[in-house]
Design a binder for this molecule. Sequence first.
Ligand SMILES: [Zn+2]
Length: 171
Amino acid sequence: MRVGIGYDSHRFESGRPLVLGGVHLPDHPGLKGHSDGDAVAHALIDALRGASALGDIGQHFPDTDPRWQGADSMALLAATVRVIEERNYQVVNADVTIVTESPRISPWVPEMAERIAELLRIAGSCISIKGKTNEGMGWIGRGEGLAAMAVVLLDQIGDIDTLHASIRTGG
Ligand SMILES: [Zn+2]
């Protein structure tokens, strides 16, 4: 079993759609970023990479690379899941906290959990998403942006020789 943590934050920018966990939350400024700014997907990617000690999102999807301009972050999350599966890991559960003054997250939680569970290939009941405010304090309290945190647990399947062989062959 291996645990990983991920953190991400983005500034709000009007004129962009707000996308969190692959779900479009209407009538609210979106998140500024090279990709679609989906902080939930980015935190999950870093948690998966952290649990499997595979570096961070910036090393694999650098924001200087034009390929990731406007990228669908859920596609990057799916690609990350494939990488950890190649190393014989499977996700056990994921726990996400979104910290923002607005919009309210709770109405969108079931849809986000469904999208994320599908990509992580686990049951929806193994995904937890919580929204909370920062009680008006600091940059989040002023509504300048939002932050997302994610913790994931991975289970390693197969024996260690199979694992090492799969790493050597890249598959
Ligand atoms: Zn990000």
